[in-house]
Each structure stands twice: as structure tokens, then as C-alpha cells.
Design a protein. Sequence first.
Length: 258
Amino acid sequence: MNKIGKLVNIIIGLSIILILWQVVVLTGRYEASLLPSPLMVLNALKEVISNGSLFTNIQVSLLRFFVGYSSAVILAVVFGLILGWFEKVWAIIDPIVQVLRPISPIAWFPFIVLWLGIGDIPAIAIIFIASFFPVLLSTVSAVKKVDKTYLKVAKNFGMKQYSVLTKIIFPASFPSIVTGLHIALGSAWVFLVAGEMVGVQSGLGFMIIDARNSLRSDLLLAAIINIGVIGLLLDKLVNIFEKWVGKTWGIAQEPERS
């Protein structure tokens, strides 16, 4: 499907949502305070754009997201390469990871606040936890799937373990690691908003709490829409990066269906 076709589909999908939204509003079943009309939300969006609060909160949220996500990715990839390479060590660590992985990052929030205080750090810590395990597990899995022929060749050439990890294992497993980066990004963005709803005075999550406390459902929906749009854009950026990695490392891309 070409780019114009994709754009048309996006426009059609958004139009359907707006029409259904307006129809529900016109039924009069919900008061404006419970379900504002699209026009009211648009006016609220203009309000936060004109006073500059929207862009300030977006900037703060993206900064927290970048710090938490990037630090989690770096550490998870490094540990994943090492643990995937040393299988006996991973056999000991794996049960611990499998116990910690299903726990929601929000469940740790009371301890994070007690240990780290309030402000940016707790929100960044939530993002870190949400990102770390998907990348770690995908890295370990990717290392285990590396063609053993590469390792035999490296052994024949007398390469040291560090060189094998950095020059063979990492390039061979990186295309699969990217999948973990994609999964972690979506999870991190979701929990960023949750982390910002407690203990901070800025960010998109704070916008939701502030709008709720002010009984401004129009501002609340405006914040929610912005969160969704930014999440979509981040997802598209990772898709572009994933395709670039696929081309760079020789991973064939399946043809898109029309």
C-alpha cells in the first residue's frame, strides 16, 4: 500500500471516530461535563497551545521518557549480551527475571517514592522498569539464536570473548533486539503517563490529573488525544528504525499487502 493510500485510511478512520463521537454527544445522553463535543476539545486544545502549557508539558514528558528508555535499553542490551553468552549464569538469573517481569512498574511506585523522593526521578524509574525487561529478554533470546557457524569461525581465528561479543554476537543478534526495543517503547510510554500522575507538577500525566481536579473534561480529553498522537509518532519512528536495521543487517522485509 502506498503512502497516499495509508494517509487516506488514517483520515477515514479518524473521521469515523469524530462522527461517532459527535453523534453520541447529539443524543444528549451525556452532559458536556461528562462528554465534551469535539469542538469543545478543539477549543481546549487551542487554549493550552496559546498559553504554552501544552508544549512545555510535552517537552518535559519526552525528556523523562528519553532518559528512562535510553538508559534501560543500554543496560538491558549489555546485560542481555553477557547473560545470553554465559548460559549457566542465565540459568540462575532467569527465574529471578521471570518473577520480577510480570510485576507492574506501578506496583513499585510507593517504594520508589520512599527511596527516591518525588519529582522527575520516580517517573524516570517507572519508565526504566517498564523498558528494561522486554529488551533484556529479547536480547538474551537473540544471542541464543545466533548461528553457531559464526562462533566456530571466530574460535578458529582465535578471537577473544570480548571481540566475539562485540564483532559477531551483537551484529548478528541486533535485528532481533530491535523487536524488543519496539515492545519496550510502547510499554514505557504507557507507564510514563501513569508515573506522571503522582508526585510531579508537569508532564502529560500531570495534565490529566490537573484537568480532573479542575473538572475540565475538555482539557482532559485534549491531553489524552495528545498522548495517543505522540505515542503513534514514536511507534512510527521505531518502525522506520526497524526497517533501517533490517536493510542494514540484511533482514528481508515482507512485501506489504494492499
